[in-house]
Design a protein around this ligand. Sequence first.
Ligand code: CP
Ligand code: NVA
Length: 313
Amino acid sequence: MSETRSPRHFLDLSDAGADAIAAMINDAQDRKAARRDLPKGAADADARLAGRVLAMIFEKSSTRTRVSFDMAMRQLGGSAIVMEAGSMQLGRGESIADTARVLSRMVDAIMIRTDDHAKIEELAANASVPVINGLTDRSHPCQIVADLLTVIEHGKALPGLEVAWLGDGNNVLHSILEAAGLMKFNVRVGCPSGYEPEAEFVRMAEAGGARVDVTRDAVAAAKDADVIVTDTWVSMGQEHASAKLDAMQPFRVDAALMAQAKPDALFLHCLPAHVGDEVTQDVIEGPQSVVFDEAENRIHAQKSILRWAFGQL
Ligand code: CP
Ligand code: NVA
């Protein structure tokens, strides 16, 4: 008999909504604090996903997403199977729909990192277990749950927060914009012409009540910000086009740009970083940088995303 209840997919932050994201962040903080003295691979006392298995499919490279989901499942008492798409029948042309239906009979949830967002939509449409977006060319919602957790842990409230994004208008920025509309913070995007975020995400943020400014002036973007965020100028699957790298030069986050932000501003980067390109060594290694808290928080955020997908939050 086939599963009749609709699974809770997490393809983008709006699938969960503001209340669930707030619940995820609270849960992540509580669970992080409760297991402070446990070895990293030990299960949480309540092992809320005991017996559950997550299948992970990677069509692109990953360090943090791969390890944090695996560790999240271990800490919740479950386990994970990691598959490179190239070593699956998917890589030889088996359909996404069949892959979804087969995996749904075998595992309890699926996480996928892929290129075209339409692929994850097709996977979700054919899966009877939750599907989680581990990054597509369009968005990276799991990263942003970890980022919001990091910002809150460092004492900042989300409503009214001034977030400055410098550089490429990419998948990570799209999820920040989606989060801005849901959690009511403002985003100033400093980017070169032609590298803006998709208008749909700006509209989404504004429709939620966020203020979004897109400017060609890096200093104006960074001025009095609470949080400065950047990411690689060349995302996975993109060309290292010299015209793009030239256009990005004024948007490098260096000490002078950081100094435009509030004195207690945080520096975030989802990593991997390309030091010397989008950020200078002194900034990423400096006192305002919280990039390794942000990386660790991927585990704590994934756990709460998984718990939400399984209907526990
Ligand atoms: N930030 C992030 O998603 O890192 P990985 O590409 O290593 O998973
Ligand atoms: N924008 C980057 C994020 C990597 C985690 C990329 O898509 O490659």
